[in-house]
Design a protein around this ligand. Sequence first.
Ligand code: SAH
Length: 219
Amino acid sequence: MQEDSYRHKGMRLNLVQVLKAKGITDSNVLDAIGKVPRHVFLESMFVEFAYQDKAFPIGSGQTISQPFTVAMQSQLLCVTRGMKVLEIGTGSGYQACVLAQMGAKVFTIERQRNLYMKTKSLIAEMPYNIKTFLGDGNKGLPTFEPFDRVLITAAAPEIPQDLVNQLKTGGIMVIPLNDETDATKQRMLRLTKQPDGTMLREEFGDCRFVPMLKEIGRD
Ligand code: SAH
C-alpha cells in the first residue's frame, strides 16, 4: 500500500474545506473524509488527482465516485457507530472505508470479479471492519440481514425489493434512481422503511452514476 505522508494529510484537509463549502455539514462524514487516504485507491501516478473533488477512472470501465458524492451519500445515510451497512457497488472500496471510518460494520457487494479481487486485497490491508462479497447486489445478502442502512452506489433502474426486505423497520436506503424522463441522470433518493413496510421517500436532486447491472459480470 502507498504511504500516507503529511502532504497527503494536508491535501485531505483542503478537500474537507471544499466539501464544507459545498454544503456537507455532518461532522462524522467530514472527519472520516479527513482520515481515509483516498490516494491509495488510485494508481500511484494519479496521486495528484486523489484529493480533487472529481470522480476518476479505476479500471474495468468503473470510477471512484467524486468525494462530494461520497460525502453526500454518507450524510444522507445518517450513520452512527455500530450500524450494519450494506453497500452495493464496492468499486474502489473508498466509500466502504469512509463508512467504516464512521464506525459502521460494512458489508459491500461488487459484481465485477477483477475489481472485487483487487479491492478485497486492498481493504484487507486497511484497519477497517469491512466484509467484501462478489455477486449481484440486487439480491443483497440474505445471510446477514437485517441491515440498518443500505447504500446503492450505482444507477438503479428500480428500487430492488430484496434490499427493501433486508432493511430494518426505521432503516434508511440511499439510492440513485434512474430518472424516467432523462436516461442520462438519476434522482438521489432517501427511503425510510415504515412499520407497515412502505418506504417514505425524500428527494435530493440530480446525480450521475454508472449503471447498476444484473448478474455477475464476465467483463
Ligand atoms: N462505491 C464505489 C463507486 C462505485 S461505482 C467507490 O467508492 O469507489 C459503481 C460500482 O457498482 C461499479 O464498481 C460496478 O461494477 C458496481 N455494480 C454495478 N452493478 C452492480 C450490481 N448489480 N451488484 C454489485 N455491484 C454492481
